[in-house]
Design a protein around this ligand. Structure first.
Ligand SMILES: [Zn+2]
Length: 158
């Protein structure tokens, strides 16, 4: 079990855990001014980090993948589906996000956060995302998305 920097939000910890365990090709996390520290931490764990000017970092086992995530994110135009694929989000959820576009993902998130999640699907409720306590880094496409549930279970930190 890796020791995570204390300033990393829980949602980023679960996301980076999935990258460390090889379940996701890359994670994109908000690091603010901690980019250099994240880079040093990542190196110690065999991961590579690419930073942008807005305080975001992409982290991956592959340095080219980390760079591609940052490059794609900076590029103008619609790239929701391609970015979702690079970050290992379930295809169903990436398609749902691409249908509304980057500019409306917050509304999609708000809509999905009001749904009722039953039983084990409570693990994919995105309502804690803004507080950094969600187990998912993507908005689930439905309240019963099995690929999202699989990621939530895989990301359990303990
Ligand atoms: Zn889905």
């Amino acid at each position: 079990m890796a020791h995570f920097p204390c300033w990393l939000p829980l949602s980023a910890v679960t996301d980076v855990t999935l990258v460390l365990r090889g379940h996701k090709p890359a994670a994109r996390v908000s690091v603010g001014r901690w980019g250099g520290e994240l880079r040093r931490w990542a190196r110690r764990h065999g991961l590579f980090t690419s930073l942008d000017a807005d305080g975001f970092a992409a982290i991956s086992r592959n340095p080219a993948t980390a760079r591609r995530v940052i490059d794609l994110d900076r590029r103008p135009g619609r790239h929701t589906l391609a970015l979702g694929t690079m970050l290992g989000y379930p295809p169903c959820c990436s398609r749902a996000a691409a249908r509304v576009g980057d500019e409306s993902i917050d509304q999609l998130h708000a809509a999905m956060a009001t749904r009722r999640y039953h039983g084990r699907f409570r693990a994919i409720n995105p309502s804690g995302y803004a507080d950094g306590i969600s187990r998912l880094s993507q908005v689930p496409c439905s309240h019963s998305c099995l690929p999202s549930l699989r990621l939530a279970v895989l990301s359990q930190v303990c």
